[in-house]
Ligand binder design. Sequence first.
Ligand SMILES: Cc1cc2nc3c(=O)[nH]c(=O)nc-3n(C[C@H](O)[C@H](O)[C@H](O)COP(=O)(O)O)c2cc1C
Length: 281
Amino acid sequence: MDRRARAVAQMDRRARAGLSKMTARNGVRRAFSYRILEPAVRARALHLQTKQGHVEEQKGMTITAEPAILYFGTPVALVSSQNEDGSANLAPMSSVFWLGWRAVLGLSAASQTAQNLCRTREAVINLPSSDMADVVDRLALTTGADPVPDYKIGRGYRHVRDKFDLAGLTPIASETVRPPRAAELPVQLEARIEAFHSLAADDAAMRGKILTFEARIVRVHLDESIVLDGNPNRIDPDKWRPLIMSFQHFYGLGPRVRPSTLATIPEAVYRSPDVDRSRAA
Ligand SMILES: Cc1cc2nc3c(=O)[nH]c(=O)nc-3n(C[C@H](O)[C@H](O)[C@H](O)COP(=O)(O)O)c2cc1C
């Protein structure tokens, strides 16, 4: 029997047993179920085993798991909002994405920011670059809410009234909304909240605890250093270095990995009617 046939026979024996024990690179013995593998993945595992040896076999395998969070990596934003007494709040968050000139933000309903956004329907989404992780981290475990919600006390949060001051950032007036921008951050997006919903409204225990906000961008302020040469209406992704949060930790982006087929579509094609609408803001 040649090596490949021996490997196939061995895999089949393991598959019949349902569980396989393998030795990981660090020497820890771990169990994997072959029953959950799709045929293509299993074929790849076999290929790696026969061509590259036993340890490499793990690369093509999956396990089922229950991670408490699924924060695979999104940009960090500092959201400015206006408190009831007219003062400004500033909070780090990272559950955010954009489609056209709309941003979707996920925030705990108990946060001061969520309360402010529901009441005033205005915000500024300020984006730090990856060299500003220290600034962002100064705001971690703080809240503008007073009193601090019980669940946050248990996690070590404290109330801070002036978070611009704590972060060492300068509030400057926005052009279209009341919350100020953070002057030092290279991207400042003034926004109006057009809608908000409860996440997990299907679950009585979770309903109302986390809110998703749909923010319509009404003004975009960019640091000149991230703008494409010769085109002020485009951001150069080779110059823009966002701060990324992945599983509670700070990261930056690496360089571009290859040319992108999607990028053959001119960026201007994506221009939404919101851009023209924003001029009237
Ligand atoms: C880098 C970072 C990212 C965060 N991302 C989120 C998030 O996406 N959603 C959220 O509700 N809280 C997030 N938090 C926690 C909030 O900052 C925290 O709830 C804070 O108390 C909100 O401030 P506020 O109560 O003054 O609004 C994040 C914290 C840090 C440091």
